[in-house]
Design a protein around this ligand. Sequence first.
Ligand SMILES: C[S@@+](CC[C@H](N)C(=O)[O-])C[C@H]1O[C@@H](n2cnc3c(N)ncnc32)[C@H](O)[C@@H]1O
Length: 217
Amino acid sequence: MTTVDTVSTATRRSARFWDRIAERYAKKPVADEASYQRKLRITRSYLRPDMELLEFGCGTGSTALALAPDVARITAIDISSKMVGIARRKAESSGVANVAFLRAAIDDFEAPTGGFDSVLGMSILHLLEDRDAVVAKVHGLLKPGGVFVTSTACIGDFMRSFKLIAPVGRFLGVLPLVKVFTAVDLENSLKEQGFRIAERWQPGKGKSVFIVAVKAS
Ligand SMILES: C[S@@+](CC[C@H](N)C(=O)[O-])C[C@H]1O[C@@H](n2cnc3c(N)ncnc32)[C@H](O)[C@@H]1O
């Protein structure tokens, strides 16, 4: 199993950012509840009660806890120990026993033998140092025929200039690591790593792009 201490300096720095804002993040309501519920509904249509699911960048655990009744077991990882702490408290208070919240980075996460039936990455792919490497990693973590469900801010589609702002915000400590790319860039990454795009939905202009990508069986 990975520990956050073995990943890059940039990723460790991200962990410190997310640790700092974890309590505030936990209190923030979902920005677009109707779209979030629709994403959950679509995700559930790909799940079965015997499945093993991995969620990376799980934050305070809301999505993993919402999907826990739909699968056998969920491994939910995050680089921020504060986020993981909040998620564990939520699991305990809601009596959910089939979700393991772990502090780990997706970058060097090792799958248990056999891999996962499904991998979930919500609001995370634009926050990674190397998106392509992580998409390849997810492909490797999935069983044949497994599905990768992801919702991603494709900032390059509506604010290319953010590329200039992001490093300044990061330097000042008010932004995490943020990468600017388009939905087409993301779809190309997924296809290049061997995924077929099964669903693509964007609730509106400037909203996160929701994708279900399938690994060949
Ligand atoms: C924007 S939050 C999204 C949280 C949750 N998925 C949601 O939709 O509310 C991004 C989360 O990803 C985590 N994260 C960032 N880089 C990561 C990495 N390389 N591996 C695992 N988690 C990471 C952060 O700590 C943070 O909790």
